[in-house]
Design a protein around this ligand. Structure first.
Ligand SMILES: N[C@@H](CCC(=O)N[C@@H](CS)C(=O)NCC(=O)O)C(=O)O
Length: 230
């Protein structure tokens, strides 16, 4: 039976914009596992309560429910050992944990200032008031104030990506010759940007953009076919 994935959707049910759900979709594709997505909105919290979570991604694999993208990656790696590895061993897993934290703390923070107003615009009407209130409480300011310094925020994003840019000068993927879970972590953030932001955030000849193009084409190009702008 196919794995089920609760996947954050916008007003347009095809717009799947969660960076964390993208990590999971790429991990499932890497493992070659069949899955189906269940579109989920912020207002649907009771639909994932069975998994003890208020956030997506949540997967259901037979009798097992797992919430949280990192825990899902560890679960898939532990359960489907005969399939391609997501981490390349315990040392790779340890290094991937650092990339996960870096993406959560640095990269997604930089992106969220650039995307927050676009997210609001793309949400289903039933989610908008919740999104504004919960994020304004989290950021301690209005969304408009949080997003105001567009040029500064773009510069911060490009700076945050510099370690990746330097790494890609000597290897095609963070995982080396082929992508591993850390690639999907960072790529998930850029899928978030692609599904929400109408403005291209990377120059066409930026090595990060070239790497992003390679990942858009992985697994039959399913990420490229997803609803998005660039
Ligand atoms: N650490 C979690 C973060 C998951 C997360 O924050 N998901 C967001 C969607 S991108 C969510 O479901 N938010 C629900 C809410 O804010 O109410 C993971 O890696 O899965």
């Amino acid at each position: 039976m196919a794995i089920k994935l609760y996947d954050l959707a916008g007003e347009n049910i095809e717009r799947r914009f969660s960076p964390f759900c993208w990590r999971t979709k790429m991990a499932l594709a890497h493992k070659g596992l069949e899955y189906e997505t269940i579109p989920w909105r912020y207002a649907d919290k009771e639909k994932i309560a069975f998994a003890g979570s208020e956030r997506v991604p949540v997967i259901v694999d037979g009798d097992t429910a797992v919430a949280d993208s990192w825990k899902i990656a560890e679960y898939l790696e532990g359960k489907y050992t005969e399939r391609p590895s997501l981490f390349g061993g315990i040392h790779g897993r340890a290094a991937a944990r650092f990339v996960n934290s870096w993406a959560d703390v640095v990269l997604n923070a930089a992106l969220s200032r650039l995307l927050v107003l676009g997210i609001l615009e793309h949400l289903d009407a039933s989610d908008r008031a919740y999104f504004r209130a919960s994020r304004e409480k989290r950021f301690g300011m209005t969304l408009e104030a949080y997003a105001a310094d567009i040029e500064g925020n773009i510069a911060a994003l490009r700076g945050a990506l510099e370690p990746l840019r330097v790494t890609l000068a000597t290897q095609p993927f963070i995982g080396g010759d082929t992508p591993l879970y850390p690639d999907y972590i960072v790529f998930g953030s850029l899928m978030w940007a692609r599904s929400i932001g109408k403005t291209r955030l990377l120059e066409i000849n930026d090595p990060v953009e070239v790497w992003r193009g390679r990942l858009l084409d992985e697994f039959g190009g399913f990420a490229r076919k997803a609803h998005g702008y660039w």
